[in-house]
Write a protein that binds this ligand. Structure first.
Ligand code: COA
Length: 253
C-alpha cells in the first residue's frame, strides 16, 4: 500500500479513498494497483455489498499522474500504457458490486471516465468534470468512448470527449451521469446513505439486476483495450509529449 489510497470496511460498505492531496490526488501506478486490489478482493467477499469511491475534501482527482504519461511517452520500451492503469480499468469492467462515487472538486480524465462505471454518483456543488484528452493530444480511455455516448447521447459526449469541454455539477446531472448534487459538507453522508440503502437490498437480486443494466465485461474490455492501444500510440506523439512537458514547464515560469 502507498498510503495514497485508503480502504475501510464498515457495515457492508467498502470505502476506497484517494488521498494524495499535495498532487491533487493524481493517480500513480501504485495507486491504481491499490484501487484494483480493493475492487478485486471485494468480488468474492459476501460481507462487502457496496463500494464507495471518494477523494479528499475539494479534490476527487486530477487524473492520471502526468509524470507517468511523460515517462511512457518518451521511453523506448513500446509499452502501450502503464499496465496498472489498464488493470484498474479491467477491474472496473469485471466488478459486480454496486459502486457509489462521491465527487467533491475536480474530477479530471480517468477521474471522470471511472464514474461511467459507477452505479450512483453524488457530486458536491463545487464538483467539475473534465476529460481534456484532446488538449493533451490523446484519445478517450476507460471505455468512455462507448459509455459516454450511451449515457448522454453522441453530441454531448462529443463536447466532452472530443472538444474537451468541462461540465459543472448541474451540467453533469443534466447529462445523466450524476444522480444528485449536494453541499460539500453533506457529500460523504449522502454517499454513505445511498451505499447503505443499496447494501440493505437483497444482494443476489441486486447483482442480477445490475448485470442486466450493464454492458458485458467482455464488451467493456474489448473497448478498453482498443482505446488503450490508440492511447499508447498517441502518448508517444509529438503533440502529447509537448503537452506533458508544457504542464510541468508552466510551474517553473
Ligand atoms: N499529474 C501529476 N501531478 C499533478 C497532476 C497530474 N495529473 N495534477 C496536479 N499535479 C500536481 C502539480 O504538478 C502540483 O505539484 P507541485 O506542487 O509539486 O508543483 C500539484 O499537483 C498542485 O497542482 P497545481 O497545478 O499547482 O494546482 P492548481 O490548483 O493550480 O491546478 C489542476 C489544479 C488539477 C487544474 C492542474 O494541476 C491540472 O490541470 N492538472 C493536470 C490535469 C490533467 O491534465 N490530468 C490528466 C488528464 S488525462
Amino acid at each position: 500500500m502507498t498510503g495514497h489510497v485508503t480502504v475501510t470496511d464498515e457495515d457492508a460498505v467498502r470505502v476506497i479513498r484517494l488521498s494524495r492531496p499535495d498532487k491533487k490526488n493524481a493517480i500513480t501506478q501504485d495507486m491504481y494497483r491499490d484501487m484494483s486490489a480493493a475492487i478485486d478482493s471485494a468480488q468474492g467477499d459476501a460481507s462487502v455489498r457496496c463500494l464507495i469511491i471518494s477523494g479528499e475534501p475539494g479534490v476527487f482527482t486530477a487524473g492520471n499522474d502526468l509524470e507517468d504519461f511523460l515517462k511512457a511517452g518518451t521511453s523506448n520500451t513500446g509499452t502501450p500504457r502503464a499496465s496498472e492503469a489498464i488493470k484498474f480499468l479491467h477491474s472496473l469492467a469485471h466488478n459486480a458490486k454496486p459502486i457509489v462515487a462521491a465527487v467533491d472538486g475536480i474530477a479530471i480524465g480517468i477521474g471522470t471516465t471511472m464514474l461511467f462505471h459507477c452505479d450512483q454518483v453524488i457530486a458536491s456543488t463545487r464538483a467539475t468534470f473534465a476529460t481534456p484528452f484532446i488538449h493533451l493530444g490523446l484519445v478517450p480511455e476507460g471505455a468512455s468512448s462507448l459509455l459516454a455516448p450511451w449515457m448522454m447521447g453522441h453530441q454531448r459526449a462529443f463536447s466532452m470527449l472530443v472538444m474537451g469541454r468541462k461540465l459543472d455539477a448541474e451540467e453533469a446531472r443534466e447529462a445523466g451521469f450524476v444522480n444528485a448534487v449536494v453541499a460539500p459538507e453533506s457529500l460523504e453522508a449522502e454517499a454513505q446513505k445511498v451505499a447503505r440503502e443499496i447494501a440493505s437490498l437483497p444482494a443476489e437480486a441486486v447483482a442480477a439486476s445490475r448485470k442486466l443494466l450493464k454492458h458485458t465485461p467482455e464488451d467493456l474490455i474489448r473497448r478498453i483495450d482498443h482505446e488503450s492501444h490508440l492511447f499508447g500510440e498517441r502518448m508517444r506523439s509529438a503533440e502529447a509529449v509537448a503537452a506533458f512537458k508544457a504542464f510541468f514547464a508552466r510551474k517553473k515560469s
